[in-house]
Write a protein that binds this ligand. Structure first.
Ligand code: SAM
Length: 315
């Protein structure tokens, strides 16, 4: 039974599961033109950013997400100079991109300046003041509209949007036409990566991005990390023109880490990089079936109660 203290529970991604986190204090809560924003001081995970009542990132385990969102694609590339981040208002992905001394410019397109303002104030442990780096070009606009204009080409594109559930402004970041624009903005050896939800709860989202990236780029891969403050396993999906991050040698990855001065990782390593692309059998089968059908399979591989008629799959 939940005791009388202060607790937070996410708006569920699927019915019949809720995660409860004990909260010491609500540090800030405000409504922006785009979403409800809150920073909670949680007992287990430290300070956490919550958008529209869904946890986005938390101090204690953000490294599990941000190191694995950024370093596999950045280290697979021989010299990433120009990087685009869409979303990522907490600054955790930006901080990891800037650790690579090859980077000359990072364009970050975040729709909600209130998120950055709140995170600047309360979540320095996540962003480490990355927003202030002179290489950063921070723009407050819709990432979907930004890519439609195809303003430039990038070595790496990172789409760090929220979960495509509820009233988030992030649903457009999972629409079919979005991926063609991303592909058009990659350099010849460019790589794009997107967070693609829980492979256990929302495998249709994971499959949808995999299918859509496969349509616009010759290489597409899914890989996993673990983010306990979300609910465990979490997926990323990448697409590339010529470099396959799943096959880069560990020795090459280690040499690049040393050349770029990347040493303080607590989740990422070259061995973890390679292992992350080895998927559980049920997930690989689900992705293969979905790709063959040209749309996410509609029967959940593990939980028939979860309705996978995926409203978000906009081919
Ligand atoms: N790590 C989190 C996760 O896995 O769900 C997401 C990180 S971050 C907090 C998500 C960011 O995407 C938010 O700052 C939100 O304001 C931003 N965002 C949502 N829709 C957007 C859009 N259409 N264009 C640009 N940024 C957007």
């Amino acid at each position: 039974m939940i005791d009388s203290g202060l607790w937070h529970t996410d708006d569920p991604e699927v019915p019949s599961q809720r995660i409860w986190l004990k909260v010491r204090e609500t540090l800030e809560r405000r409504t922006s033109p785009y979403q409800e924003i809150a920073v909670l001081d949680t007992v287990l995970f430290g300070r956490a950013l919550v958008l529209n009542n869904v946890i986005q990132t938390a101090e204690r385990d953000e490294f599990c997400y941000h190191e694995m969102l950024v370093h596999p694609v950045m280290l697979a590339h021989p010299a990433p100079r120009h990087v685009l981040i869409i979303g990522g208002g907490d600054g955790g992905a930006l901080r990891r991109v800037l650790e690579h001394n090859t980077v000359e410019r990072v364009t970050m397109v975040e729709i909600d300046r209130d998120v950055v303002e709140v995170c600047r104030r309360h979540l320095t442990a996540i962003h480490a003041n990355a927003f202030d780096d002179p290489r950063v070009d921070l723009r407050f606009e819709d990432g979907f509209a930004f890519v439609q204009a195809r303003p430039s080409r990038y070595d790496i594109i990172i789409v760090d949007g929220p979960d495509p559930i509820g009233t988030t402004p992030g649903a457009v970041l999972f629409a079919g036409e979005f991926y063609q624009a991303l592909a058009d903005m990659l350099t010849d050896d460019g790589i794009v990566v997107q967070q693609t939800e829980s492979p256990f709860l929302l495998p249709a989202q994971t499959a949808a991005t995999y299918i859509l990236l496969r349509r616009v780029l010759p290489i597409a891969r899914t890989y996993l990390t673990t983010v306990q403050s979300y609910d465990g396993a979490w997926s990323f999906t990448l697409g590339a023109r010529s470099i396959d991050p799943a096959t880069v040698d560990e020795a090459v990855l280690l040499a690049r880490m040393n050349e770029r001065g990347i040493s303080a990782c607590r989740y990422y390593s070259p061995a973890v990089h390679r292992a992350a692309f080895q998927l559980p059998v049920f997930l690989q089968q689900f992705l293969d079936e979905s790709l063959a059908a040209g749309r996410p399979a509609e029967t959940h591989p593990l939980m028939p109660e979860v309705n996978l008629r995926f409203p978000g799959f906009q081919p």
